[in-house]
Design a protein. Structure first.
Length: 181
């Protein structure tokens, strides 16, 4: 999706935004980013290591990150990456304005500290409202009845959307109390 920064429009992928999000916490090498992703955001966004290595030069060439070489005595030299102000702006813009989708929702919440509180609240409210509408559809299907195996998936959908609504309500209450700020 094109991202509007103060100086220009940059087309960013979810992977590029996730990498930018990971380097908001400090300078990291490609290897460090892959390891950090595995232990954190990798539960909701799991790129191949090759994807991480592929996006880093693009982020640098777009001015969204910087790179510097670090000499190592017992290993090959490595490059470490740091986010720029332009990168922070592009990340925030993507988090706040990218298309609402199932595939990026949790990624956007994961980096919610990089968004305005209002944008994060709106994102969660939209997902909750969508879950409520889907739940109503599922309840109508349940009322009409289904065969056994389709009913198994329907029951999963009902449970999933009920849980999502409970989660969203809980998170919205916490955000309203100023938690996570």
């Amino acid at each position: 999706m094109p991202v509007r920064t103060k100086s220009e429009t940059v087309a960013l992928t979810a992977t590029e935004c996730a990498v930018l999000g990971l380097i908001t916490k400090g300078e990291r090498s490609g290897y460090d980013l892959a390891k950090k992703a595995e232990r954190s955001v990798g539960y909701v966004w799991a790129p191949a290591r090759s994807q991480i290595y592929a996006v880093l030069p693009r982020l640098v060439s777009q001015g969204l990150a910087t790179s510097r070489k670090v000499r190592q005595s017992s290993r090959p030299d490595k490059h470490v990456y740091r986010i720029t102000q332009k990168g922070r702006e592009a990340l925030r813009d993507w988090l706040e304005h990218s298309e609402d989708s199932e595939s990026t929702f949790l990624l956007r919440v994961f980096f919610g500290d990089q968004m305005s509180k209002q944008a994060l609240v709106a994102l969660i409210e939209r997902r909750r409202d969508l879950a409520r509408a889907t739940l109503a559809e599922f309840r109508e299907i349940e009322r009409r009845g289904t065969d056994f195996h389709p009913n198994l998936t329907l029951r999963w959908g009902l449970a999933h959307h009920r849980a999502l609504i409970r989660w969203a309500d809980e998170i919205l209450r916490e955000l309203d109390r100023g938690e996570g700020a």
